[in-house]
Design a protein around this ligand. Structure first.
Ligand SMILES: CCCCCCCC/C=C\CC(=O)SCCNC(=O)CCNC(=O)[C@H](O)C(C)(C)COP(=O)(O)OP(=O)(O)OC[C@H]1O[C@@H](n2cnc3c(N)ncnc32)[C@H](O)[C@@H]1OP(=O)(O)O
Length: 281
């Protein structure tokens, strides 16, 4: 390895603390200069949100909450996928106990991210359908790299986005825009997403997206952190409380819905289509 490359790696290691390397599905890296944590999803090939990735995401968010980071940037280690959303294999022909744990964990992870007390931003460096879009819209700010897509495409799969998915979407888009996009299961290109306000900025690379997220978080540098976080909590309290109040019903509704023969059939056909497409490539 060239000396300059070695030196730059040493310098980077010195200025960034790796907080959690034990868990391999996510890593948290805190920049010593900015105090901002970058949480990276790393579940190849598509960051499908299965039980284990959701557990790691939740514990990484808790870690960032606990280590006094100035902000959290969510991104992916893939060069083309932010997250492909929920791992369909968790919902197709599911194991009875595991699917309960899976949905319960999804609820917990959303409550932690949407309700996070630190400023949050998503550096969307790849496609971000469904659950991927949920993660991005749970953050306060979104910067996306061109030539990818983002949206809640649930109706295209014959499934229904629960109320709290809609709440995140509605915290970003006007009701009319959100309703139409959800009914259509519309995926937006980066350019379209910028136009409707689903994302806040575009960036030419992941690095630039992270820089822009850092700049967003920097806008709070002179704002009292407690006042900022309590203000954020007040904006989000009703959405968070609604899920807290209805967690059990939401779980039962999901289990009932996902176990319907027609839904299972639809998921099977969709998975088959994905696999055929992957084989052709
Ligand atoms: C009232 C309450 C009711 C509640 C109802 C349930 C609500 C559920 C809500 C959430 C919805 C979801 O999140 S469902 C997931 C939706 N996601 C998608 O539709 C994305 C599907 N994937 C893609 O479009 C593409 O894979 C991609 C654009 C993300 C990437 O394309 P690329 O060409 O790079 O990769 P491949 O398509 O070749 O995929 C590689 C590999 O990964 C498998 N794959 C992809 N996505 C998923 C997924 N979401 N789950 C599981 N597996 C996935 C794909 O099949 C390939 O596998 P193989 O290599 O084995 O063939």
């Amino acid at each position: 390895m060239m000396r300059s490359k070695v030196l730059s790696l040493v310098a980077r290691a010195a200025s960034n603390r790796m907080m959690s390397t034990a868990t391999k599905l996510t890593t948290v890296e805190v920049n010593d200069k900015t105090g901002i944590a970058t949480l990276t999803m790393n579940r190849p090939p598509v960051n499908g949100l299965n039980l284990e990735l959701l557990q790691d995401l939740k514990s990484s968010i808790d870690e960032v909450e606990g280590n006094k980071s100035r902000g959290l940037i969510l991104t992916s280690s893939s060069s083309t996928i932010f997250s492909a959303g929920l791992d369909i294999l968790e919902m197709y022909k599911p194991d009875k106990d595991r699917i309960r744990a899976f949905w319960t964990q999804l609820q917990e992870t959303w409550l932690a991210l949407y309700g996070s007390s630190v400023p949050t931003a998503a550096a969307i460096n790849g496609h971000s359908p469904a659950g991927g879009c949920l993660l991005a819209t749970s953050c306060e700010y979104r910067v996306m790299v061109p030539n990818f897509t983002i949206g809640l495409n649930e109706t295209q799969l014959g499934i229904v986005a629960p109320k709290w998915f809609m709440a995140s979407f509605l915290s970003v888009l006007p009701q009319r825009e959100a309703e139409r996009a959800l009914n259509q299961g519309r995926m937006f290109t980066t350019e379209e997403a910028l136009k409707v306000g689903l994302i806040d900025e575009t960036a030419n690379s992941k690095e630039e997206a992270i820089e822009k997220c850092v700049a967003f978080i920097g806008t709070f540098a002179k704002v009292n952190p407690l006042a900022r976080s309590l203000t954020k909590q007040q904006f989000r309290a009703a959405d968070l409380q609604q899920l807290q109040n209805e967690r059990q019903q939401d779980l039962e509704k999901f289990l009932f819905f996902v176990n319907q023969p027609a839904v299972q059939k639809g998921l099977g056909i969709y998975l088959e289509g994905l696999k055929k497409k992957a084989k052709k490539q």
